[in-house]
Design a protein around this ligand. Sequence first.
Ligand SMILES: [Zn+2]
Length: 216
Amino acid sequence: MTFNQKQMKKILLSELKKAEAKVTHRRVACLLESFKGSVYTGHNFEKTIPMHFYHAEDMAINKMERSKDKSGIKNIIMAGYGRLNKYRQVSPCENCFKLLKPYFKKQTKLTIYEPNTHKYPLKFSLKEILKSYAKIGYSKISGNNLSSIKKSLKEKTLLKRKDILFAAGLRLLGLKNHIKFYLTGSSSGRTGLVKLIKEKQKKSYDDIDIVIISNK
Ligand SMILES: [Zn+2]
């Protein structure tokens, strides 16, 4: 039996009703469609004593493994309900990504519905998924004068013009006083799927996250 998009969404949303999130109030469900045409669903469950969060993807993968379906994953479809307002809060976490990865094929796709509304699905190809979950190391901002620092920031971050000037000022201050500044979060352009989600939504970063390490 094969399912169309609409049917799969219906199955996914009924799975979502089973989710329990007493701690975070973020209910998540996952549907996996295999190349054989079978679907496997899972929902998250937050156990409080002892505290353990079971993820929706994990449950769905378990079902697929138990049924000995080795055809691979054609579609990963995610939905969320509750105290969620961002696509990334419904997307597979690092650990779930690792669990899913062995079942990826070239045509594997990830679809994430907008939390709560269950509309406006964002779709990601395997290439996009792999790229966004790949580990990216730190990059060092070079230069010791304003123009070379600005150039380096432009190449290595997503910072907008006025923010480049601000960050360059920090670097100059750091050089003078031996303080290290680290740019983290979405403006650094190293947030994987979050960056991709923002691109698809035609949005850029919301704020600049900076970490300063003190010598004391
Ligand atoms: Zn997870």
